[in-house]
Write a protein that binds this ligand. Sequence first.
Ligand code: FES
Length: 154
Amino acid sequence: MNSEDQDANKIGRADFFKGALGCTALAWGSMTLYPIFCYLNPKAGDQEDETQVSSLEVCKVKDLPPGSGRNFRFGSTPAVIIHTKDGEIHAFKAICTHLGCTVQYQQQKDNIYCACHGGQYDAHDGKNIAGPPPKPLTALVVKIDKDKIIVSQS
Ligand code: FES
């Protein structure tokens, strides 16, 4: 093998590593950005029709102690259920009324928080109380059947 062949071989390896690095960066970027996109745009990627769900058991009362909350899916719609510190249980569609990000219960402040722009809602009635959200969250109906928490459309 002469030196020209060796130079050609080095350039080939360099191109291979550049290509591999580019593919790795593309794959990493896709794996990182797609979940963020789905989180910020809850309707993206969902095929299930929201109207197929009119009522659903979220959990047992004992699994949601006072001062806690959790997000769940109400069909294709993100929703949040909250057992407030004073013992009331409320559920809302977890779609921020500002730009549609998914909201969640904030235990320390006993309110509902949107991480996108700092919007806050009252955990008792879903009323917008701080930040840019222009209107309250959409409430869902909560019923307790023995020890089960059942949520349905209002
Ligand atoms: S999308 Fe929730 S505060 Fe902006």
